[in-house]
Design a protein around this ligand. Sequence first.
Ligand SMILES: NC(=O)CC[C@H](N)C(=O)O
Length: 304
Amino acid sequence: MDYQSTLDEICAELKPKLGMEGAVANYIPALARIEPCQFGIALRTRNGEEAWAGDATTPFSIQSISKVFSLTLAMRLVGEQLWERIDREPSGNPFNSLMQLESEQGIPRNPFINAGAIAVADRLISSGYAPKTEMLDMVSSLCDEPIEVDREVAASEAATGFRNEAMASFIKSFGKLDNDVATVLDLYYRQCAIRMNALQLARATGYLCRDGAHPYSGIQVISDRQARRINALMLTCGTYDAAGEFAFRIGIPCKSGVGGGIIAVVPDTLSLCVWSPALDENHNSVLGQEALELFANRTGLSIF
Ligand SMILES: NC(=O)CC[C@H](N)C(=O)O
């Protein structure tokens, strides 16, 4: 398949729509300043063929896409016990909602909403994880380039993260968070503030379309079964309260972030990342979704 032409066409088709719909996330002050009229798309196939178009090499804040990497590390370091503290059901609620935590006794619905990722961060700390280096080392190795945290974004989130503080404290009140709220949130904000571009993310998520094998070395990052489970969670929970709509329109496991990035994985075939900062009311990139829908329709790569 000529992926490069497909991405070029999608990019040309969507460029005139830049700036017409959506708005950048403004609840994190450092993200509110991002220029919304940007669009980039990149993919890497299971065999290492690559294609990209638009602003695919412009770095952005990966935000909730980092929840895929923290889950990967937790599956490796914590194993099955992880699921004693986190469920695996779609929430049908916004990513930062507290509501279900009360009736569900501090067990977050899934690892891809904020409450779930905070619980994953807590599990990682308890497992002896090295908070300052481990995720950066993993993603740098996965995309074969050095990756850094944007300290300004992390500080900006920490200064305004009242909801996340409430969520972590609420989970702790049920006895389901073992470490200090501040320590857990520090780790969580660092992972969200990782800066990567679409091409690096397409490469770094390659293990999810290769049965868990590292995109360059071929060594297992996680097992085949664990990779399948992450893809299943991305399809059912990766785009917050729009997961049903994503499955309906696109039919590819996806994980979005409020920086405007969306990663998508077609198992056994390719990993893809699209980025455009303007978000819809569910906090998913407007043009990112459109691009994925065009891609799925033109390539026939919906998993259904
Ligand atoms: N959905 C997201 O990308 C949210 C992540 C963001 N860091 C937050 O905690 O609010």
